[in-house]
Design a binder for this molecule. Structure first.
Ligand code: UTP
Length: 277
């Protein structure tokens, strides 16, 4: 049973400056909802209620967002505008939030290691809120949990990407398992390769077994001083302990301007359709 989801949200979000100077990138909205709230709702959809958030300096808006706002609530109470708060209040009521601050932004692997005191000795999910995935059926985390329950090892979400984009992603190689068309036993992975015979990219969803923390503690920083989660996952993969799942859903890289615009258009169209119906 996976009970906790870790949200690394301490990065600088430099690609969104100046917007991300005082507002955390993870709080930028697609329509009216911040990216991080989409992520928390996805975790809830998978039955996960404990949200462990790795924050950093200048990220206090995250804590305020997932907290009661008595003044606002009492102002809106009994008015025609009260319903605007229902969605976030529902999320707050169903979840427990814990926080830890990453002191230095030393990469995703370091951010996950920073979350260790919030997770402890149990398998957990990791969700990068800037990878927004809209699924018609079960959410990506739900799809991954089905695989975790079967294989009981680390699970990563993977997606085919255009060959020319491989240098922006962690790229994996693996073999299909159990006659499936979407599930791979991963045997190799490289962070941002220049060339590869694979175009299967890791996206921002992971289910990790807790041994990942001890592995991360031994991973040396790369040339940019960052600790990569890919290096730690490779060690698990070499032991046969990583499964990659090609998920069903529309994924938007909201850490990039193009992806953010695509996501906004996608959700605006969806809203328009729901209003017409
Ligand atoms: P990114 O590399 O996309 O985020 O990290 P960034 O560094 O904030 O963005 P740019 O490249 O400067 O525009 C993916 C996720 O990992 C978190 C980020 O907050 C984001 O959600 N992260 C990254 C951390 O929490 N700590 C880090 O040291 C690095």
């Amino acid at each position: 049973m996976i009970k906790k989801c870790l949200f690394p949200a301490a990065g600088y979000g430099t690609r969104f400056l100046p917007a991300s100077k005082a507002v955390p990138k993870e709080m930028l909205p697609i329509l009216t909802k911040p990216l991080l709230q989409y992520g928390v709702e996805e975790a809830l959809s998978a039955g996960i209620t404990n949200m462990a958030i790795v924050t950093g300096r200048g990220k206090r808006a995250i804590e305020d967002h997932f907290d009661n706002s008595f003044e606002l609530e009492s102002q809106l109470q009994g008015t025609a505008k009260e319903h605007y708060l229902y969605e976030i209040k529902d999320v707050i009521q169903k979840s427990t939030f814990t926080y830890v601050r990453q002191q230095k932004m030393l990469g995703l692997g370091h951010a996950i290691l920073t979350g260790e005191p919030l997770i402890g000795e149990e398998p957990f999910a990791v969700l990068l809120a800037d990878d927004l995935v809209d699924c018609k059926g079960p959410s990506v985390l739900e799809q991954m949990l089905i695989k975790y329950n079967k294989y009981k090892c680390s699970i990563i979400a993977i997606q085919e990407i255009p060959k020319e984009s491989i240098s922006n992603y962690g790229i994996v190689n693996g073999d299909l398992v159990d006659n499936s068309i979407d599930t791979f036993r991963i045997h190799d992975m490289v962070e941002k390769p220049i060339e590869s015979n694979s175009n299967l990219a890791i996206i921002g969803r992971y289910i990790l077994t807790p041994d990942i923390f001890d592995i991360l503690k031994k991973i040396p920083p790369n040339k940019d001083g960052e600790i990569q989660i890919t290096d730690a996952l490779l060690i698990q993969a070499k032991m046969g302990n990583v499964i990659g799942v090609k998920f069903n859903g529309d994924r938007f890289d909201c850490g990039s301007i193009d992806g953010f615009i695509d996501a906004t258009n996608h959700f605006a169209k969806k809203l328009e359709h729901s209003l017409i119906k």
